[in-house]
Design a protein around this ligand. Sequence first.
Ligand code: PEP
Length: 258
Amino acid sequence: MRTFLIAGNWKMHQNIAETKAYFNEFTKLVKKAPEGVNILLCPVYTSLHAAAEATAKVDGLHIGAQNLHFEDKGAFTGEITAEMIKETGADHVIIGHSERRQYYNETDETVNKKTHKAIQAGLTPVVCVGELLEERKADRHFEVVKKQVVEGLKGVSKGDATKLVVAYEPVWAIGTGETASPDQAQEIHAFIRKELSSLYDEGTAAKIQILYGGSMNPGNAEELLSMEDVDGGLIGGASLKPDSFSEIVHFAGKIYSS
Ligand code: PEP
């Protein structure tokens, strides 16, 4: 049985003091990740170190950054390297989030370079893909997501593919309160799994976790996480509150052990 990854993307929220307060609360609610579940929280860069301190208190808790640069150093004002992220105690990094594609000109090509850099540095990349509303309406979502997967993972070997996570996040469901139905999520997750099988092989594809993201919350998480090819969630808004995030973590544990 596949294991779950329940990941939170804090975006540009939570300073250091708020991060410490969050983990004070969260560690009371989740003393240890449930069997079959890993937990990931991705704060802003300045809160990474404070967040990473909590990993000593909760087994199965991981910390990640929300972006990285693919170069090792240089004149790239405002950017951060994989090694700098690792130095904070983080071990994951979100790559190609739709907000970065939309506002910061992230392309499949930069996603691919960043994915290679993360793997090379020993960070687990969470590679985000997902279609826009107009692409879904035009029935182009399969084509769009296939291109993002194929180009984003170009040149990643079979051995390295199992070191990454894919997050399917339909852009029309991010921060909108609108969620893909469990059937819609399953349909495209199965499609992504099939594409991964063609790129690699069935065994490799089965090992790659595919997360759903887009307004996941305690009210819809159980149904979404119960779908066969949904291996977890990438959660924005609902990850900012320790109680709602921990509820989702517990749902995943319940599904794993049922
Ligand atoms: C996200 O930021 O990746 C996300 C899915 O946000 P939300 O859960 O708020 O829709």
